[in-house]
Structure formats: C-alpha cells, structure tokens
Design a protein. Structure first.
Ligand SMILES: Cc1cc2nc3c(=O)[nH]c(=O)nc-3n(C[C@H](O)[C@H](O)[C@H](O)COP(=O)(O)OP(=O)(O)OC[C@H]3O[C@@H](n4cnc5c(N)ncnc54)[C@H](O)[C@@H]3O)c2cc1C
Ligand SMILES: Cc1cc2nc3c(=O)[nH]c(=O)nc-3n(C[C@H](O)[C@H](O)[C@H](O)COP(=O)(O)O)c2cc1C
Ligand code: FES
Lengths: 259, 327
C-alpha cells in the first residue's frame, strides 16, 4: 500500500561533524519504493511517550542495500533525543513520503545543496548517474565542519564544487557566485535545489533572471507528513491557494510558488 | 422555549447491539465498531488509503466543509507543544460542492460510515452546506463544528453562546433528515449550558470536545509562533479535559443523548476512559499524525479488553464509570 510505518533496527547512529549526525536503519520493507527527494517521518521518542509528540521529517539521503541513510542536524528536542538511539535499538519510521519529485527529462542538471539540504539531493545525484545524465553538483556551507556529507561524496565518487563562506575548504564564497555561468553552460539545463530558505530564494532569483527552470525541495513544519493535517503548506502563485509540502511536494517548480 | 430548564428525560435513542462485540446500530446507521477518525485530522480520508483499508474504520468524519471554498490561514499553522500541538489551519477546504462532486464518489466506495463536518461564517452558510449534504448520497450524517477557534468571525460565537447555538441547531434540524451531531467547544464556562441548548433544539447526538484555545511564544523572536497568534490545542494533553466533560454531560443526560468522545486519544486505554465516562463512540484526531495506525490499534485493543473483562458487548462498557448500563 505504498507508505510503511515500521519499527526499524538502527545499524549506526553517529556524530559526523558540525551539528550533523548520520542515522542508518534497516528497512527492507521500505527501500524498494523510494524516489529521490522522498522523505521519512521519524519518531524520536519511544512509543507512547508524548514529548516530543510529533515525528520529525528527514530526507532519505541514501539507500544502501536494505538500509536507509539519514543525515540530520541537531537543533531541538526531537533531534537531540534521536542522537540517543543506539545500534540494535529500534526507531519508528514512516516512509516513503512525498508525491512530486524532480523532473527527469532535462539533459543537464545543476545540483545546488546548501548545508544539510545536500541530503535532500544526494539520492537524486545517484539516480542521475544511473540514468547516464550529466550534472554538476554544488555544495555550500558557512564553515568547513558543516560539510558533513564530504565523506559520502568521496565514497560515492562524485565530483562536487564545494563553497565555504569563510574559505576554510574548497572555494571561498557563496554557492550562488558561479551559478549563472554554470547554469548557462549547457542547453536544456535545470536547477535542483535544497537548502536554507535564504539560499533557496537567492538561487531562484538567479534562475528567474537567466530563465533557467528551477526545482526546489522544500521544508516546512509538518505534523503528519502524509497529507492529512494541512499544516505544512506553501502558497501556489497562480491559484493563490495553499498546497501541502508533504503531499503536493516536497519538490516544486520554484517559479510557481511563493518562497 | 426555555432550554435552561432542566431537560426532561427523553426516550432512549435507537441503539441496537450488532452480532459482533463491537458493532451496533445507532441513529439507524450500522456501525462496525465505535472508532471514528476526527474531523481535520484525516483530511477526506483518501490519503490514508495508502496506509490501510478505510473500510476497517467505524466512521470517518471529513474535514470541515463550508459553502464557499476557504483558503485557510498563512503558515505557521502548526506548533508542537508539551504532549500536544496547536493548530490554526483556518478551515481550508474546497467547499461543499466540490467535496460532493469530486471527493465523495471515491470516498463512498469504502464500506464505512461518513459524517460530514459542517461549518459556516453565518447561519445562512450553515444552512446552505447542510442542504447540500442532506442531498448527498454517501453522507450518513452531519457533525456541526460550532467551536473552531481559528476563524475570527465564525465558529466561536455559535459554540459559546447557548441561545445562538439553540437557534442554529433548531433551524438545521429542519434542513436535514440525516442525524445531526453537534460538536461542542470546551472553551466555555459550563459545558452543560451549551449541551442543553443542543439537546433542547433536537440534536441527535453530542460530540465532545473540540480543541482548546491556546498560544505558544517564540522566546528568541519574542512573538507568538502561530501566524494567527492563537490556535487550537489537541493531543494527549487534553485527554483529562475531554473525559471530565463527557462525564459531566453523561451524568446529566444518561443514555438519552448519545455522546461521541474526542480529545487526546492515542491508545485503547485513552479510548476506554472516554467510553467509561459515557461515550458511545470515540474519535481519534491528532494521534493519526504521529501514529497513523492508532485507530486500528484502538479497535483491536477494544476487542481484547472486552474479552478479557468477560463482557458480551461493547455497549456494556459505555458510561460504566457511573455504574450504569446502556443498550
Ligand atoms: C521534507 C523535509 C525534509 C527534511 N530533511 C532533513 C534532513 O535530511 N536533515 C535535517 O537535518 N533536517 C531535515 N529537515 C528539517 C528537520 O525536520 C528539522 O530540523 C527537525 O524537525 C527539527 O526538529 P527538532 O526536534 O530539532 O526541533 P524543535 O525545534 O524541537 O522542533 C519543533 C517542531 O518544529 C518542527 N521544525 C523545527 N525546525 C524545522 C525545520 N527546519 N523544518 C521543518 N520542521 C521543523 C519540528 O519538526 C517540530 O515539529 C527536513 C524537513 C522537511 C520538512
Ligand atoms: C489540524 C487539526 C484540524 C482540525 N480541524 C477540525 C475541523 O475542521 N472541524 C472540527 O470540527 N474539528 C477540527 N479539529 C478538532 C479535532 O477534530 C478534535 O476535536 C480535536 O483535535 C481533539 O481531538 P484529538 O486530541 O484527538 O486531536 C482539528 C484538529 C486538528 C489538530
Ligand atoms: S504535514 Fe500534514 S499535511 Fe503535510
């Protein structure tokens, strides 16, 4: 029936760098259905503990054998509690979620990942490679320790342009600084973007200016993650209606919504 | 009519045991079991059909319907609170006509009972929505939302003032032949006053409770977190309030007015508290968000509990905390 709610065994849950942790779980019932940019709702509390009450949304960053990989930044109650899960314990996962993903019919893609947003694009990169499409990934953060997916990038052999604002690794500056040229390099190019709100806005501005199609994978506060609370909305420009990020997204044509 | 007078004891509503330990007939409708999903916490049901078969449910109450489509409130619309959440969705919905034409045909394919949650900004809108739903094939009954605290003009005044409520329910009873349930707001001084208004006006059943008005403040930004500032509190945090109000209303009306319990139910233990206090059916709301299978778990849990306790039928449990039997 598509979406599965499963107590999954934790294979590994470890600190990577900055504020990022990696959670690997065994999920043989889920792995086959996953599309790039689909996400999961993970319960950080144990069953029938009501604080924190709601599950947290995380992008499925990778699928390796029968494992799901999540890269998560630790901020509040839920993510702090999640770090306490040990290998061998179980964690409740509702997945795969989302209904609209990145279009696959462009010839070339520029992948723009800001901070932990890179985890919303990593599976799409793998998918593009499998389809034999050409793409150029960009990865931007403030400081070096926030490059928590570098190891993953190296292990998977991707050629990524890295930007740090303080110049502590890769190119010094913002992820948007070479974007125009990179996006105009090849015909039939689209941008696939995920990251902090400000960064996404800046990328969409550039895309609009040079008239290159742009698709954003969005975040919003979610209570359910599968379409029943109508809490996670974003405004669609043409209809002037609110649509659900979890159900009508998480990927949207950036020109059609109000960011 | 002076509905403040102590309500006369009325005849027992038509309630008949079914063959299964959980099934019964109420309002002339056959229910497989007493577990419903609550309005606004299940959309129009179809999204959940990707998780399980909707026919397993006792009933589905769809998201609130107004006559005109409503865009709803801007984000943030939901905020997590200790053991609960605040929402201010603002009753976003496609309008009753679109529901009847486009959503209902698919939904009524499932073998379950459908209640439509009705909302309006003024009496005329309630009437117009109810007229549409009265005609709609596949809608078994109506649940009036008179208590949504989200929309500035609407809901709240109907639900908190007994006289306005009486007028509304009295008029709507003339509009529809289908069972009319009124969902009471807990944001009142005395729940018995509004319950009485509904009963006197001829409501077929009462649904207790809707969300409690609340607020959360972001201490960094130093401002309310919801775009509308206030919102409705739901989830485990409100369970004891719901149980208390059901108990109070059952104490007054006993079996003469069916009570549907809603508020804070996640587990069968929670549901049992509602039932023992006097609820003949329960609705699960917020729990659908964090535990989507909770309605099915409660159904199975009820069966097990009844067997373990040695009862023959679910109805023996209803109101038992008052040491009374029904059915
Ligand atoms: C589709 C989607 C995919 C995501 N993927 C990732 C990912 O791969 N890695 C990652 O680190 N983060 C991801 N996030 C963000 C992540 O969900 C939040 O950082 C997390 O919910 C914060 O929880 P907390 O307990 O730390 O914060 P708290 O402040 O305790 O959370 C309180 C409430 O606000 C919500 N909330 C707080 N911050 C956010 C946010 N930025 N986005 C959405 N909801 C928020 C929480 O879910 C919770 O309901 C994703 C969000 C969405 C919607
Ligand atoms: C997101 C959300 C939306 C809701 N929308 C409606 C609605 O449209 N109409 C209504 O009568 N009640 C609505 N409610 C109230 C619920 O149906 C229920 O009465 C309340 O949440 C208490 O139950 P719970 O604690 O199980 O959630 C809504 C509740 C939530 C959380
Ligand atoms: S999170 Fe509930 S509808 Fe999207």
């Amino acid at each position: 029936m598509g979406i599965v709610d499963k107590e999954c065994e934790v294979v590994e849950n470890r600190f990577i760098s900055g504020r990022t942790w990696l959670l690997r779980v065994k999920a043989p019932e889920i792995v086959d259905n996953i599309k790039p940019a689909s996400f999961a709702m993970i319960r950080s509390s144990f069953e029938y503990q009501y604080d924190p009450l709601l599950r947290r949304a995380f992008a499925i960053a990778d699928v390796v054998g029968d494992e799901l990989w999540f890269y998560y930044d630790v901020y509040g109650k839920g993510t702090k509690l999640l770090t306490e899960r040990k290998a061998g314990e179980r964690v409740s996962i509702l997945a795969p979620l989302g209904n609209r993903f990145f279009p696959e019919d462009y010839e070339h893609y520029v992948i723009v990942g800001g901070g932990i947003g890179f985890a919303g694009l990593s599976l799409f990169m793998k998918h593009l490679r499998k389809m034999g499409k050409s793409f150029k990934p960009l990865y931007g953060v403030r400081r070096r320790e926030q490059l928590s997916m570098l190891e993953w990038i190296e292990e998977n052999g991707f050629d990524v342009i890295v930007y740090t604002e303080d110049g502590s690794f890769g190119k010094k500056g913002l992820i948007t600084q070479d974007l125009k040229e990179l996006a105009l390099e090849k015909p039939n190019t689209a941008l696939a973007v995920c990251g902090p709100h400000g960064m996404m806005k800046a990328v969409v501005e550039i895309a609009r200016e040079i008239n290159v199609p742009c698709f954003v994978s969005l975040e919003s506060r979610m209570a359910c993650g599968f379409g029943i609370c109508i809490g996670c909305v974003v405004k669609e420009k043409e209809s002037d209606n609110y649509v659900r990020v979890c159900y009508e997204g998480p990927v949207f044509d950036a020109f059609k919504i109000e960011l | 009519m002076n509905f403040y007078q102590k309500a006369e004891r009325r005849g027992c509503p038509l309630i008949k045991r079914g063959n299964d330990i959980l099934s019964y007939e109420l309002f002339g409708i056959k229910f497989k079991n007493p577990v419903w999903t609550a309005s606004g916490c299940f959309s129009y049901g179809l999204e959940v059909s990707k998780l399980y078969d909707l026919s397993l449910l006792g009933a589905i109450v769809v998201k609130g319907l107004s006559y005109r489509p409503r865009k709803g409130n801007p984000p943030e619309r939901i905020i997590e609170t200790p053991a609960g959440m605040l929402n201010s969705i603002g009753l976003q919905n496609p309008g009753v006509k679109k529901f009847v034409e486009e959503i209902l045909p698919e939904l009524r394919e499932y073998d379950t009972v459908i209640f439509a949650n009705v909302f309006g900004e003024e009496e005329e809108e309630y009437i117009a929505v109810s007229e549409e739903l009265d005609r709609a094939d596949g809608v078994h009954g109506l649940e009036l939302n008179v208590s949504c605290p989200n929309v500035k003009k609407g809901g709240i005044s109907f639900g908190s003032d007994p006289e306005t409520l009486y007028e509304l329910v009295y008029k709507l009873k003339k509009v529809t032949k289908k069972p009319l349930l009124v969902k009471l707001s807990p944001n009142v001084t005395n729940i018995l006053d509004t319950a009485e208004a509904c009963v006197e006006a001829g409501a077929d059943g009462l649904v207790l409770i809707n969300t409690l008005l609340g607020m959360a403040i972001d201490v960094e930004k130093e401002e309310p977190m919801l775009a509308t500032k206030t919102g409705g509190l739901s989830g485990p945090a409100i369970l004891p309030i719901a149980v208390r109000m059901i108990y109070q209303v059952f104490e007054r009306y006993r079996t003469s007015v069916p009570i549907i319990g809603v508020g804070g139910i996640t587990t069968v233990q929670d549901a049992l508290q509602h039932i023992l206090a006097g609820a003949v059916a329960v609705q699960i709301g917020t729990a659908n968000f964090y535990d989507p299978y909770s309605p099915l778990k409660v159904i199975n849990g009820l069966k097990k509990h009844i067997e373990k306790k040695g009862y023959k039928h679910f109805l023996e449990l209803v109101g038992r905390a008052h040491r009374l039997k029904i059915g």
